[in-house]
Structure formats: C-alpha cells, structure tokens
Design a binder for this molecule. Sequence first.
Ligand code: PMP
Length: 478
Amino acid sequence: MKTTDPVARLDHAHVWHPFTQMRDWLRQEPVVLMRGRGARLWAADGREYLDANSSIWTNLHGHHHPRINRAITRQLAQVAHTSALGLASEPASRLAAELIAATRVRRPLPAVRKPALTKVFFSDDGSTAIETALKLTYEYARRTRGPDHKPRFLSMQGAYHGDTVGAVSVGHISLFHAAYKGLLFRTDAVMAPYCYRCPYNRARPERMDARLHRRCQWECVDQVARRLETARRADRPYAGFVFEPRIQGAAGMIPQPDGWLQRVAERVRDHGALLIADEVMTGCGRAGGPGILASQEEGVTPDLVALAKGLTGGYLPMAATLTTEAVFAAFLGEYGEFKTFFHGHSYTGNQLGAAAARASLELVMAPEGQRRRERLAGWLDEDLKTLWAHPQVGDIRRVGLVAGIELVRDWTKRTPFNLKEQAGIRVCAAMARRGVLTRPIGNVVALLPPYVTTRTELRKMVGALRDALCEVFGTVDS
Ligand code: PMP
C-alpha cells in the first residue's frame, strides 16, 4: 500500500521487521511511534496508545522515567562506551555488585541446596545471555568430567530462549525452529506443565475451575525424573537443565504450578546437572517477588541466570549472565593453559546500559516498587475476571505482571483455533484500533503492563481486549 507518512514510506522501502510476515506488513499503514511517557506512547499521526506489552516485555518503570533518564545523561557526560576487553568501568563494576546483592534477597521457602551467585558476564540481549550460559555450562562439564565427555542439555517443551544458534538449539517451538534444524545441536525436551491442556488432568472442561477436579499428582515432575534417570542409566548425564522459572513466555504464557520448580530443581541437582534459569522475561520483578529472580520465589538459586529485557528498565540493549564461584573457577589457570573463556562482544559492559540498569535496579528493589507491582497485579486479576464471560476465552493466566489470555474456538472442549485463522493477530489489531498495543503469541493475547500503569490505564487495556473480542468474534449475550 502507499503510505502517507514519510517515515512509514522509508520503513516500507527498507526495514525488515522481526517475526513479521513482511507481505502483510507492506499492506498496512504502520504505527510510527515518536514519544512515550509512563505507559503511554504517541504516534506520528498524534494518536495515543497504551503500551500493554511493555515494548515486547522490556519496559518496567514506564517510558521517559526521570530517574533512568538522569542516570543515562549523567553517564553520557562522562563516556558512552569503553571496551570491557581488558578494561574495567565504574557503571559495570557497580552494577555487577548490585545484581549479586539483589540475588541474595531472603525468601521464606527453604532453599534447594543453594550455591551463591558471585560473578556476572555482560552481553547484549536475551539470546547472547543464554548463549553465554550454554557455553559456560558446556565447558564447565568438560572440565569437570573430562575432555571426552559430550555435554548434553535438557530443556522444556515449548521453550523459547532466543534466536542465536545455541539458544535455538535449546528451544522447542517448531514453527520458529524447524527450518534451522540442520544448523542446530541436539538437545532433549522434557514435558513442561501446561495445566489448561494437561494430558493427566481428566477434568471436564465445561467447568471454569475444571483443573481443580482432579488433584494434581505431579506427573510432569515424574516425567522429568524419569528422563534424568534414563540419561543416568545410559551414562549420558545432562550438563544443564534450561528453564524459565514460574511461567514460560513465548511458549504461550504458561505458568507452572507452585512447587513444580522446587521439585524439579532438587532432581536436577541430584542428577549433577547445572540449573540454567532463563530470567530474560521473568526477572527484575516481572514474574513477582521482591528480588530480581523469579526462581527464588520457588526457593531455587540457579547455577546460571540469564537476565536481559528489563535489565535496563527497557531502555538499552544489555544483558547479564550470572554464575557461581564453581563455574568461574573452572576457567582459571595460567595463561598458557588456555582456560580463558574465549567469548565476548564489542559492547560487553556498555557504560550507558550499565548506568540505566543501576537506576532501574534501584527502582525494582525499592519496597515502594514492590508494593506498586503487587497492587497492579491485584487490579489485573480483578479486570481479567471480566473476560471469562466471552466464549472465545478458554483460559486466563497470570504470574506477577505477566498475563496470557488463551483464545479458543470452543471453550467447552478447549478446541484451539487453527493458527492460520490468526485469531490472536486479529484481536490485537482490533485492540490497536482502540489505542492499546500488544502482540499475541499464537492464540494467546499477552498483557504485560509497565509497573507504573495506573488503575484507569489498566482498565483501558483490559477493556480494549474485551471490546476487541466482541468485534472479532461477536458480542456476548448477557
Ligand atoms: N529468553 C526468553 C525467555 C525470551 O522471552 C526471549 C525474548 N522474547 C529471549 C530469551 C531472547 O531475548 P532477545 O530477544 O533479547 O534476544
């Protein structure tokens, strides 16, 4: 189509967008965003939008936050970037110490034999943070088990951990990953909880509280235990288990029942594999808790943690892989032993990013910040309840400030829409027409409001979804 906006014309001529069918893209007038403040964004045509997925799950404290703005401008007056290859910098050193301190928040649950996280390796985004964790685990396993050992990874069904080749290898979404099979290394997938579609839950779906009909017997934990046992018997143990704690994001916003992670973590530790937490989405308060790690809500301190997205409050691309003294020590030696971790990026430890992250972390850790997140989560529950009345709403899921609304063709049978019907895409387009921006994951509409979202703004976000459902599928008789 011929666009009228000059920026849109340039975009259509030259920009290739991620995860986007560009033929569809070129048929539409794009929303060109110019300004933001709090949960609101303004487009070139003057229209106002609410950022209901926090700019793909990155933004925490709203756009144009005075504290983060100030931290970046102060740093800019010093220096924007210096290399971390053989050089230190103040923002990165202080940030590393503050991240480690933030992982030590006490939780009431007894910890699963807890290693302490002490070291931080900086990189650029979620994929590179995961890639770092995988390479560290791989080499750690070879160094502790012998150079002939072939380290293997286990991850969760439906997992998504990024788009670099290592991250894709531990991912299991065939729509995204099947094409690149020939490029990938082999990893194993194990059953992930998905209570709404649990094969062991024999509840009748025509009841809202159907999943409570049959008491859960933790078959999904047994499946992990069995997989670990089979690997042990074959003398092919896993080096690492990669997981998203409490809720899988790109899998479709799928929460784990309370206690799942703690049970699984115990078994993984007994097996001798490292726990690799992908907290790219869940971290920094997004999936609940006073600290920066959702894993700790389950009493689990992982051996490696990937943080990205919200690390800088959604301002700048920066990521961190946190790990333990034991992993770090495996890479120590005399220079000539060549035990160095030969890995890194030009922008590792970027000074502007680190300054933004320090300011964001302070806001995340402040008691008022946590109170605000809890209040917003309560409002979200209240508002989401109003969606149950719509027959195309099959399931509503929320963990912390991550919500997923699964759309179905027939809620009495939980029949999914065929992806080609683009149910999620159509609903999100109708929401955008009502001034609310988010992106679906297949048939799941994701809502991840910035932490500063007001009561009125949240009502508008959920209201736009309700109205969009009526527009796309027809109104509900009341
Ligand atoms: N892990 C998880 C859990 C994610 O949700 C994502 C991105 N959606 C990634 C890793 C990859 O992060 P990035 O896009 O920053 O590379």
